[in-house]
Design a protein around this ligand. Structure first.
Ligand SMILES: Cc1cc2nc3c(=O)[nH]c(=O)nc-3n(C[C@H](O)[C@H](O)[C@H](O)COP(=O)(O)OP(=O)(O)OC[C@H]3O[C@@H](n4cnc5c(N)ncnc54)[C@H](O)[C@@H]3O)c2cc1C
Length: 386
């Protein structure tokens, strides 16, 4: 066991979406002046947490709550800046459609956010949706909220880009090293890993599905949910479903029940049910998807995207880390407020915000004033374990 005597300014535990964005934000524009250490139990980007599967939806007419709209706007800017810095394509615009009953959670929520923040959008009847996107056939009572800037992020590339820039700016990254414990000391924090012990002035914890192990106060509050995802190849008229012709789409196919589809980028149309998965322990997840799980999605595609026969090409399993109200946790740790910041319980919809959440975490941990109202994301809104 090695003890590293020279303290870091900040240690970031977990280098998935939120952690990689945090080390990126902490080193951005700092030259090599800030000493930052990032640690991950695997080698990100990897496929064992919540940030794999090649694509993520980014959208602005946010049905979940209007509070997210300014944050996703900042994220759009930061993703673009990262693309310019690295010369990589991290985002592709496809447009976005939120479909469901007019008074349902999705269509109503998307409309409210769009109206409150002047997000350019159009509300389409089911027939208008099919006219504009012939591959989509919502039922007669559905309406669609169509937004222009929505599209797809490439999560593995985003994480690799953020970690690459951070490393070039002086961050030290340790991969395949597990944080097993941390404690606040008189003048900082000590972080113990499977390889050594590190000291820092401050700590950011971004452990995704493993958050309850790193922040035991959250055990019993957070639920980790197994989420199968599937890629289907359309057997005919595939062009209806290509990224050039088909928007990312959220479907409220029954009251409060959602599935989503992302267009074909050459590897098939991606589709999954949102929530409704099994609660799991992240250390013991069945990573194989069952034929029944794929059949359920195929049935939804046959119903709402019937212009093709759908052949299953690939499945994967990913993890959501849900809070009881499905909003995020982005906060100073209530018992270690001067030293420790907690991010990364993003309830299955966090990736699009990662660049902005990393910046917020960096603000919180360096005592800068956060640029957004974070009231909704406080840890103490839940009954924490003593
Ligand atoms: C199937 C699926 C589809 C999704 N679709 C979308 C979408 O379309 N749009 C969207 O915005 N969001 C989407 N999300 C949600 C989004 O991807 C997640 O909210 C986000 O990726 C979570 O990031 P994270 O940093 O919290 O977790 P992760 O990216 O999983 O990072 C956590 C990291 O912590 C590390 N770690 C854990 N414990 C330790 C430890 N003890 N020591 C060291 N390292 C540790 C892990 O190895 C991991 O790398 C989706 C999620 C899933 C699963």
């Amino acid at each position: 066991m090695t003890t590293h005597e020279r303290p870091y300014d900040v240690i970031v535990a977990g280098l998935g979406a939120m952690g990689s964005a945090t080390v990126y934000a902490l080193t951005r524009g700092q030259g090599h002046s800030r000493r930052v250490l990032g640690i991950d139990r695997f080698s990100p980007p990897h496929s064992l947490g919540s940030s794999h599967g090649r694509t993520r939806i980014i959208r602005e007419a946010y049905f979940e709550h209007p509070t997210y709209v300014p944050i996703v706007r900042r994220a759009f800017d930061l993703w673009h800046e990262l693309e310019v810095t690295t010369g990589r394509t991290l985002y592709t615009r496809t447009r976005g459609l939120t479909l469901g009953a007019e008074d349902g959670m999705l269509a109503r929520g998307a409309r409210e956010s769009a109206e409150q923040f002047d997000v350019p959008h159009r509300v389409l009847s089911a027939a208008e949706v099919t006219r504009e996107f012939p591959g989509l056939e919502p039922t007669g009572e559905m309406v669609g909220v169509l937004e222009d800037r929505a599209g797809v992020l490439f999560p593995e590339d985003c994480i690799a880009a953020m970690l690459g820039v951070a490393e070039r700016s002086g961050a030290e990254l340790r991969r395949n090293e597990i944080v097993v414990a941390w404690e606040e000391t008189g003048n900082g924090v000590v972080v113990k890993t499977t390889a050594g012990e590190y000291r820092a002035a401050r700590l950011v914890i971004a452990g995704g599905a493993w958050m309850p192990q790193l922040v035991p106060e959250l055990a019993g509050t957070l639920a980790v949910e197994r989420q199968p995802i599937h890629w289907f190849v359309p057997s005919s008229d595939s062009d209806y479903y290509s990224a050039a012709r088909c928007p990312v789409t959220l479907w409220e196919y029954a009251r409060d029940r959602t599935f989503y589809t992302l267009p074909d980028f050459g590897d098939g149309l991606k589709a999954a049910v949102h929530y409704e998965g099994q609660s799991v322990d992240p250390d013991h997840v069945n990573r194989a998807s069952s034929p029944d799980e794929a059949a359920r999605i195929a049935e939804l595609l046959r119903c709402f995207m019937p212009k093709a026969e759908w052949q299953l090409r690939e499945s994967s399993v990913c993890l959501y880390t849900n809070t009881p109200d499905l909003h995020f946790i982005i906060d100073r740790h209530p018992s270690h407020a001067g030293r420790v910041v907690v991010v990364s319980a993003c309830s299955g919809h966090g990736f699009k915000f990662a660049a902005a959440i990393g910046e917020i975490a960096a603000d919180l941990v360096t005592d800068a004033t956060p640029r957004f109202d974070l009231d909704m994301f406080r840890m103490t809104r839940f009954q924490l374990r003593a």
